[in-house]
Design a protein around this ligand. Structure first.
Ligand code: URA
Length: 196
């Protein structure tokens, strides 16, 4: 499936019950040529309404963090970034994604990564980390997020850096310095990956 076909399949997806409550699917936003792919958890209310990831308060923080390393969601070239979620539909009342929902949606993110061929993936929060690293980190379900940080993981040949979810950082601003260290690590790794 190429990018437009994938977009179309996601827009009409009825693979799990989340399709019943959604206003819009949230495929992703940004430059499809970008070196960076940022992966979040799932759309919230604003994202569901607008069909774009990270447009609420957590999104503002994410945009500021990305800006601090020279990236922006409307940028291209060296400033480009693509932003997507594990789930393309909003879980009701922003509850956690269920394992079967993640399993049904996983092929979409996998194909996005295959088509985007990013040089670095920044996985934000527990669900992004678990979804991307379940094949390579066997005890991932029991590991706290902090134990996954500070290392370069791999997802189908692409380096992955794990960091805190921006919604968590809004509640726990004292961990922002750690998130900054994660961004710096990602920047460093991305610079060392040869351009495609
Ligand atoms: N949180 C996420 O993980 N993704 C969004 O798109 C919005 C909030």
């Amino acid at each position: 499936m190429d990018w437009p076909a994938l977009q179309q399949v996601v827009a009409g997806c009825q693979a799990c019950g989340l399709c019943q409550g959604r206003k819009n699917t949230v495929f992703g936003v940004g430059d499809t040529q970008a070196r960076w792919l940022v992966v979040g958890e799932a759309p919230g209310e604003n994202e569901d309404l607008q069909g774009e990831p990270f447009v609420g308060q957590a999104g503002q923080l994410l945009d500021n963090m990305l800006k601090a390393v020279g990236l922006n969601r409307g940028g291209t070239g060296a400033q480009g970034v693509y932003i997507a979620n594990v789930l393309k539909c909003r879980p009701p009342a922003n509850r956690n994604p269920q394992p079967e929902e993640v399993a049904k949606c996983e092929p979409y993110l996998r194909r996005q990564v295959e088509l985007l061929q990013p040089q670095i993936i920044l996985a934000l929060g527990r669900f992004a980390a678990q979804s991307l690293l379940q094949a390579t980190v066997p005890d991932i379900a029991t590991l706290p997020l902090g134990k996954l940080r500070g290392q370069v993981h791999q997802y189908n040949g692409v380096p992955v850096i794990v960091s805190y979810h921006p919604a968590y950082l809004l509640r726990t601003p004292q961990d922002k310095a750690r998130a900054w260290a994660d961004l710096c690590l990602a920047l460093d790794v991305a610079k060392r990956v040869p351009a495609r």
